[in-house]
Design a binder for this molecule. Structure first.
Ligand code: MG
Length: 160
């Protein structure tokens, strides 16, 4: 059996802070605001895994009202989603993500992000795609107010 999940997330830029995408620090003059480390890419991938495993969203597992998750490394959320999938006998086949960011330019960072995602998901790097798009200056992404990410993940029976 194979199942597919779709995840979406967005975060606003703050006045300062560290920008993290896919668990990788990206040099930029400001970071994203959020209850956790605001890693929109890991959040979207986590939601995609949960969706493929028939669960709802990351917020149900890790409410942003829980002080325990303040500043949390989002790889913890991803690991929990993988655990939920694994409990159902499901393993990740591939991950395809699109990051919508007017800035910073991500081309030079994509390799590092892909490598880290592959490690976090325990799949070969060839099964991970990270695309970066500007939003052609349109909308909140185009106005550099924040970053959005769309991700899909396929799960299959671990035994396959
Ligand atoms: Mg989020």
């Amino acid at each position: 059996m194979q199942t597919i999940g779709l995840g979406y997330d967005s975060h606003r830029f703050g006045p300062d802070g560290v920008l993290k995408l896919g668990g990788v620090e990206i040099p930029h003059d400001c970071g994203l605001l959020g209850h956790s480390d605001a890693d929109a890419l890991l959040h979207a991938v986590t939601d995609a895994i949960l969706g493929a495993a028939g669960h709802d969203d990351i917020g149900e597992l890790f409410p942003d009202t829980d002080p325990q998750h303040r500043g949390a490394d989002s790889s913890v959320f991803l690991a929990r989603a993988l655990e939920i999938a694994s409990d159902q006998g499901l393993a990740v086949v591939n991950c395809d993500a699109t990051v919508l960011a007017q800035e910073p330019k991500l081309a030079e960072h994509k390799k590092r992000i892909k490598a880290n995602l592959a490690t976090l998901l325990s799949i070969p790097i060839e099964r991970v795609a990270v695309k970066a798009k500007t939003n052609e200056l349109m909308g909140f992404v185009g106005r550099c107010e924040g970053i959005a990410v769309i991700a899909s993940v396929m799960l299959s029976d671990a035994a396959d």
